[in-house]
Design a protein around this ligand. Structure first.
Ligand code: UDP
Length: 247
């Protein structure tokens, strides 16, 4: 697979943001569901320890490198990804391209009210964008079939699943044969960012690969989760080269 880099068993597409956007725009023209996930180092570490989750990620039609750790890992492994392709940035560009067209979006995830606020904000920011429906991300297992029906009857072509990882990837995978959308993206806290209930790191931090540091300052409770980053670095250094880069 010459356009992908195998990072601890996860085949990440070597794409920058414009290339990822082009691929997704093409998915809208193709038949069937296309799954798009944006793994960071924490997600790849989770997949390294869980074969089932790894297979779910590898079943995606597009996997982009969300986070500087994944970009560095690709360089260590000799198949460099040129830049971080975060889900939020890709999504903003997609919304820019589909505003004013009939391609509509379903917003699924976040606390009650977040998706509705995100809808209002998106309509201001992308005039002409069609939001086909919204649903919060807190539900009982027995409600899931109804959520799938709500999404399908909305006629949306783009489904944003914002349940956090790995919940969102598992959910998309579970319903991949029932969903009628063209593109399902797992994009974590993006609805919170659109709604204004969470702040994105300022550009300075993103550009210098320091978004993790900004998030740590804002939410010190994430410190435990962030230990995944150095662990990931060491694992790639010591185990990464054992993974074949060609199929
Ligand atoms: N979330 C949800 N349902 C859940 C758990 C989380 O809708 O059962 C939402 C949560 O409200 C937040 C988003 O998932 O809007 C992302 O959560 P988190 O910040 O933990 O994920 P990350 O983006 O860091 O992976």
């Amino acid at each position: 697979m010459k356009d992908k880099v195998n990072i601890l068993g996860v085949w990440v597409d070597m794409v920058n943001i414009p290339r990822a956007v082009d691929k997704i725009m093409q998915f809208f023209n193709d038949d069937g569901l296309h799954k798009v996930y944006t793994p960071n180092s924490e997600i790849i570490m989770a997949a390294y320890k869980d074969d089932n989750f790894r297979d779910i990620l590898n079943d995606a039609e597009l996997l982009t490198a969300d986070g500087i750790g994944v970009v560095y890992a690709s360089k260590i492994l000799g198949k460099p990804i040129t830049e971080r392709a975060a889900g939020y940035d890709i999504l903003c560009e997609i919304l820019e391209r589909i505003k004013g067209t009939s391609r509509s979006v379903f917003l699924f995830g976040g606390k009650p009210g977040v998706a509705e606020t995100a809808e209002e904000k998106l309509k201001e920011r992308y005039p002409g964008i069609v939001i086909a429906g919204t649903r919060n991300g807190y539900f009982k297992p027995e409600e899931e079939e109804d959520i799938v029906s709500q999404i399908n009857s909305s006629g949306a072509e783009l489904l944003l699943v914002c349940l956090g990882a790995p919940k969102q990837e598992l959910w998309i995978n579970k319903y991949k044969d029932k969903l009628n959308v063209k593109v399902a993206m797992g994009v974590g806290g993006s609805l919170d960012v659109f709604a204004g209930t969470a702040l994105r790191a300022p550009d300075f931090y993103c550009k210098h690969g320091l978004e993790w540091f900004y998030r740590l300052m804002k939410q010190p409770s994430r410190a435990g989760r962030m230990l995944a980053l150095p662990k990931f670095g060491f694992t790639v250094l010591f185990k990464g080269r054992k993974y074949k880069q060609e199929d």
